[in-house]
Design a binder for this molecule. Structure first.
Ligand code: GLC
Length: 839
C-alpha cells in the first residue's frame, strides 16, 4: 500500500493516445488489451496463443498458425504468411444468413469474404483474441484461445440477433491443415498430398469429429476438429468445399450456396475441416453459441477426454477465467506506477507479455521468422537473453529451457548456435547445429585452412548471465551441482560427457580466455551478437570482449556467493587482463573500435568509409565496466551525436552503399536497414542501461521513450508495426522509409528493454543478498511506486525524489527501519514496505 505522502510523490500519469485520435486502434489498459478498430492495418498484425508446447499465432483477421512442440517438425495449420493480408490463412468462420433470395455470407474477421461490416473490433488480449463484429443484423463475438496447459485451440462463437426479427443463421468454421513437416508442405507437391488424410467420425448425438493426419503419423499424432453441438454436414477436401474445381474461392466458397456441405472425406490432397453448424432461426435479441476445438493428441481415444471437457461451455468459460488468472499472477510479479502512462502500460502489461512470447518461441515462429526446416530453431544466444526477461516471473519454467541450452554446449566450452526442440527430445546427436556458419564451411584461406570459424564467439557467454540471473532470483545455489551433458554431435545423450552446471559455466569462460587474438581480445568466431559481420578467422570483437568481461563479473559474483575466494581471484585476474588489453588497443580517439580483422585493421573507426561507429561498441564496454571515466562518457556521447535519431539509436553509421563480399551480410541490406545503419532495436536497451550506469537518468529515459511502441499509436502510418510489442528493427534515417518498424514480437529488444526499465531505470533487481533498489530516473519525476515479488515475499516500494536527482539512494527504510544500504533483505514471505529517498 502506498502511504499518503508517497501518493503525492507519484503524480497521476498522463493518458496515452486518446481513443478518438487513434486511427487503427487504442489501448484499453483496464482490460489489458489493445483494441483494433479496423482490419486494414498497414501490415498484418498478430497475437500469440498457448505456448510452444501447443499454440501459435492468431492474426487480427482470424488466420491461425498452430503447432505442437515445434513449428518446423510438427505444424498443424497451413498459414502462408507471404500471401496478401486479404487472403484466407489457414482458418476462418463464415456466418450465413438465409433470406428470400438465398444465402448471404460474411466473416466476423472480415477476411476472407471482405464483406462490408457495420462494426468491427479485434481485441488483442493476453493470450487470446476477441472479435466483435456486426453485419446483416447479427452481432458476432468470436474468442480464440488455448486453455493453459492444454493441446486444444478453442474458438468460442456467439451470434446474437440484433435485427428485431428472427433470422435463419448457419455458422461454418473452417481450418486448413499443413503437413507436419512444415517445409515439405511448401516444397513437395507429390508426396505430401498423397499422404494427407482426413476422416469423419460421426457420433450418435449428431456431434462430429474430423480426424486428420499425414499417413505415417496415423498411429502417433492425429489432429482433430470438432464442435460442441450438432454438425449437420462437413467437408474435408478443399477442392470439393470451394467448388467448381477450385474456381470457387475462399472469399466465396460455392458449397455455401447449398443447404449442406458435401460430406467429403479426403484420402489425399488439401485437407480442410469445414463444419456446417445450423444455428437455426435465432429470434430477436437471442444468442446462439458454439465452440470449436482444434487439437492434436496421440489418437482420438486419447483426445476423447479433452473433447468431452470443452464440449461443455461451462468448462470453456472456466478455462478462459483460468487464463486470466495465470496472467494476473504472472504480471503481479512487478507492477509500477510512475508519472509516465506509456511507460506504465508497457512495463505492467505489454512488455512482460512479449517476454513470455519470446521465451516460448525464441526466433522460431512469427510472421517474419517462418519456422521452416532447420534454418532456425531455439537460438542459443537469443533464448539465453530471452530467459532473463522472464526470470523474475517464472524462474522454474525458465530453468527448463536454461538446462536445454546448457545441454547443447560443447565440451570445449562454446555452444551450438541453435536446436530444434522436438529433435532434442529424440536425442539422436543430431538436434543442434552451427547456424549460418555452415554456409561458409567450405571456404578456405590461402593456406588451405578453413577461412571462417564454425563457432560463434558470443553464444556460450550469454548463458553465464542467464544462470547468474536464476541464482540471484531464487537463491537456489544447488543448481550449480546438477549434472548436465555437453553436446557431442552423433552421440546419444547418455553417451555424452557430463559436467555440473558450474563446470559448464567455467568452460564457457575458459573457451573465450583461450581464444584471444592479436590484441589479447576475444576472437569474433563466425559472428558475435551482430550476425551480419562475418570476418575471416582471427578477427577480434570488442563486443565479445565486453560480454566476456560481463560474464566474468557474473562468475565472480557466483563464486563469491559460494565462498570460493581463490576462484574469485582467478576470474578477477582474467577480467583485469582483458580490460587492460581492451583499453590498450580499442580506443579510436572519440569512441571505441568495434572489430579488428585478422590483420589488425579496425572496423567501427573514424577512418572507415562505412560503419565508422557502432552502437554496441560504446554501450557494452560501459555495461561490463571495461570502459570507465572520460572514455566511457565520451563513447556514449559520440553514440548520441552520431547514432541517435528521433525513432531510436542506429546500430551503426554510415551504412554500406552496396554489396561488399568481404564484409558480407551487413552490406546485403540497403543503407538504413537492419544491421546496416538501421535502428536495430535490440541495441537500444543496452544504451539505456549504459546511461543508467553513468547516472544519466534523463538520457536513459529519452532513449526508452523514443522506441516505446505504445507511444507510436499516433504515427502508425509511419511505424506500421504493432504498437503493443517491440519490433526487431526500425528503418534508419538513411532510408526513405525512416521510422518504419518490421519483424514484430520475436526480438531480444523485449527482454532487454524490460530489464532496462525494471532493473535499471526503476532500478529494482535481485541480488544474492536481497532486493536492490537503485533507480536512475528522469530528474522531473518526483518519485514512483512499485510492487515486486521476490523469493516468496512481496515488496511494496515507494521512491521519493524531493531534490529531483536522477540517481543515488540517500535513505532506505524497510518496514519502518532505516537500513544502511540500498538492499532490502530476503524475507521469503509476507508483505514488506520499502521507502527510498533519492538525493
Ligand atoms: C537477429 C538474430 C540475433 C542477432 C541479431 C543481430 O535478431 O536473431 O541472434 O543477434 O539479429 O544480428
Amino acid at each position: 500500500m502506498a502511504t499518503k505522502q508517497s501518493k503525492k510523490s507519484a503524480p497521476k500519469a498522463k493518458k496515452v493516445a486518446a481513443k478518438s485520435a487513434a486511427k487503427y486502434g487504442y489501448f484499453d489498459d483496464a482490460k489489458k488489451e489493445y483494441v483494433l478498430t479496423t482490419p486494414a492495418t498497414p501490415i498484418k498484425w498478430c497475437n500469440y496463443v498457448g505456448t510452444l508446447n501447443f499454440g501459435g499465432i492468431v492474426d487480427t483477421t482470424g488466420g491461425t498458425l498452430v503447432c505442437k512442440g515445434d513449428p518446423a517438425l510438427n505444424r498443424i495449420t497451413k498459414y502462408i504468411a507471404q500471401m496478401p493480408c486479404s487472403d484466407f490463412k489457414a482458418s476462418t468462420v463464415y456466418i450465413r444468413v438465409k433470406d428470400a433470395k438465398g444465402y448471404k455470407i460474411f466473416s466476423p474477421f472480415y477476411v476472407p469474404t471482405l464483406t462490408k461490416l457495420d462494426k468491427w473490433e479485434c481485441h488483442v488480449g493476453l493470450s487470446y483474441m476477441r472479435w466483435n463484429a456486426e453485419a446483416m443484423g447479427l452481432k458476432v463475438q468470436v474468442t480464440i484461445f488455448v486453455p493453459t496447459g492444454s493441446n486444444t485451440l478453442l474458438q468460442d462463437i456467439q451470434v446474437t440477433n440484433v435485427s428485431g426479427a428472427s433470422k435463419e443463421v448457419d455458422i461454418i468454421p473452417v481450418y486448413e491443415f499443413s503437413h507436419f513437416e512444415a517445409e515439405k508442405q511448401l516444397t513437395n507437391a507429390d508426396w505430401v498430398p498423397q499422404t494427407m488424410t482426413l476422416k469423419a467420425h460421426p457420433e450418435k448425438d449428431g456431434c462430429l469429429v474430423l480426424e486428420q493426419y499425414a499417413y505415417m503419423k496415423r498411429d502417433f499424432a492425429v489432429n482433430y476438429v470438432t464442435a460442441n453441438g450438432k454438425v449437420s454436414s462437413f467437408d474435408g477436401d478443399r477442392r470439393v468445399f470451394l467448388g467448381h474445381n477450385e474456381m470457387g474461392s475462399w472469399a466465396n466458397p460455392l458449397s455455401l450456396q447449398n443447404k449442406e456441405l458435401n460430406n467429403s472425406e479426403c484420402d489425399r490432397g488439401d485437407n480442410i475441416a469445414a463444419l456446417m453448424i445450423h444455428a437455426g432461426k435465432i429470434a430477436a435479441k437471442k444468442t446462439f453459441r458454439t465452440c470449436t476445438q482444434l487439437g492434436q493428441e496421440q489418437s482420438l481415444k486419447v483426445a476423447a477426454k479433452a473433447i468431452k471437457k470443452y464440449r461443455d461451455l461451462k468448462n470453456v468459460d472456466k478455462a478462459f477465467d483460468e487464463l486470466a488468472k495465470f496472467w494476473e499472477n504472472y504480471l503481479s510479479t512487478i507492477q509500477v506506477n510512475t508519472p509516465d502512462a506509456a511507460f506504465n502500460s508497457m512495463v505492467n502489461v505489454h512488455n512482460p507479455r512479449q517476454c513470455h512470447t519470446t521465451k516460448n518461441w525464441s526466433r522460431y515462429l512469427s510472421l517474419y521468422q517462418l519456422g521452416y526446416g532447420t534454418s532456425r530453431g531455439i537460438g542459443y544466444r537469443d533464448s539465453s537473453q530471452d530467459l532473463m526477461g522472464v526470470m523474475s516471473h517464472m524462474p522454474e519454467e525458465a530453468l527448463v529451457l536454461t538446462k536445454n541450452l546448457l545441454s547443447v554446449q560443447r565440451p570445449e566450452g562454446n555452444a551450438m548456435h541453435q536446436y530444434a526442440p522436438l529433435a532434442l527430445e529424440e536425442d539422436n546427436g543430431n538436434e543442434a547445429n552451427a547456424g549460418d556458419s555452415r554456409e561458409k564451411k567450405g571456404v578456405l584461406d590461402e593456406n588451405g585452412n578453413p577461412a571462417y570459424a564454425d563457432w560463434y564467439g558470443d553464444d556460450h557467454l550469454w548463458i553465464v548471465l542467464t544462470v547468474a540471473n536464476y541464482l540471484r532470483e531464487t537463491g537456489k545455489m544447488e543448481l550449480l551441482n546438477e549434472e548436465i551433458p555437453f553436446y557431442e554431435a552423433g552421440k546419444k545423450r547418455a553417451q555424452r560427457e557430463k559436467g555440473t552446471v558450474l563446470e559448464h559455466l567455467k568452460r564457457s569462460l575458459k573457451f573465450s580466455r583461450e581464444h584471444l587474438g592479436k590484441h589479447g581480445l576475444p576472437l569474433l568466431g563466425f559472428a558475435d551478437w551482430n550476425d551480419c559481420m562475418n570476418l575471416p578467422l582471427g578477427a577480434e570483437s570488442t563486443f565479445n570482449t565486453a560480454l566476456y568481461a560481463k560474464a566474468l563479473l557474473e562468475m565472480m559474483g557466483i563464486e563469491e556467493a559460494l565462498g570460493d575466494k581463490e576462484a574469485v581471484e582467478m576470474y578477477k585476474g582474467w577480467y583485469e587482463d582483458v580490460k587492460k588489453a581492451f583499453n590498450d588497443s580499442a580506443w579510436d580517439g572519440k569512441w571505441w573500435t568495434r572489430w579488428f580483422d585478422k590483420d589488425g585493421n579496425g572496423y567501427g573507426v573514424s577512418s572507415a568509409k562505412y560503419g565508422k561507429i557502432y552502437c554496441n561498441g560504446q554501450s557494452w564496454p560501459v555495461i561490463s565496466g571495461i570502459a570507465f571515466g572520460d572514455r566511457a562518457v565520451q563513447g556514449m556521447d559520440s553514440l548520441n551525436k552520431l547514432l541517435n535519431t528521433k525513432y531510436g539509436v542506429k546500430s551503426s553509421t554510415p551504412g554500406y552503399r552496396g554489396f561488399e563480399p568481404a564484409v558480407g551480410g551487413i552490406s546485403t541490406y540497403p543503407p538504413g536497414a537492419k544491421e546496416n545503419g538501421g535502428i536495430f532495436l535490440h541495441t537500444n536497451p543496452w544504451v539505456m542501461i549504459a546511461e543508467t550506469i553513468l547516472g544519466r537518468g534523463d538520457k536513459a529515459f529519452e532513449y526508452y521513450c523514443q522506441i516505446n511502441p505504445a507511444s507510436k499509436n499516433g504515427i502508425l502510418d509511419i511505424f506500421e508495426s504493432e504498437p503493443y510489442c517491440y519490433p526487431q528493427n526500425i528503418l534508419g534515417d538513411e532510408h526513405k522509409q525512416f521510422g518504419m518498424g518490421r519483424n514484430a514480437w520475436l526480438s531480444g529488444t523485449s527482454s532487454w528493454t524490460y530489464q532496462a526499465a525494471t532493473q535499471f531505470i526503476i532500478g529494482i533487481r535481485a541480488s544474492f543478498d536481497g532486493l536492490v533498489v537503485d533507480p536512475c530516473i528522469p530528474s522531473a519525476w518526483a518519485g514512483f511506486e512499485a510492487t515486486r515479488k521476490f523469493r516468496g515475499a512481496t515488496y511494496q516500494i515507494t521512491v521519493k525524489n524531493p531534490n529531483h536527482v536522477c540517481k543515488g539512494v540517500a535513505k532506505m527504510v524497510v518496514d519502518g527501519q532505516e537500513i544502511d544500504s540500498n538492499v532490502a533483505p530476503v524475507f521469503t514471505k509476507g508483505i514488506h514496505k520499502v521507502e527510498v529517498t533519492l538525493g
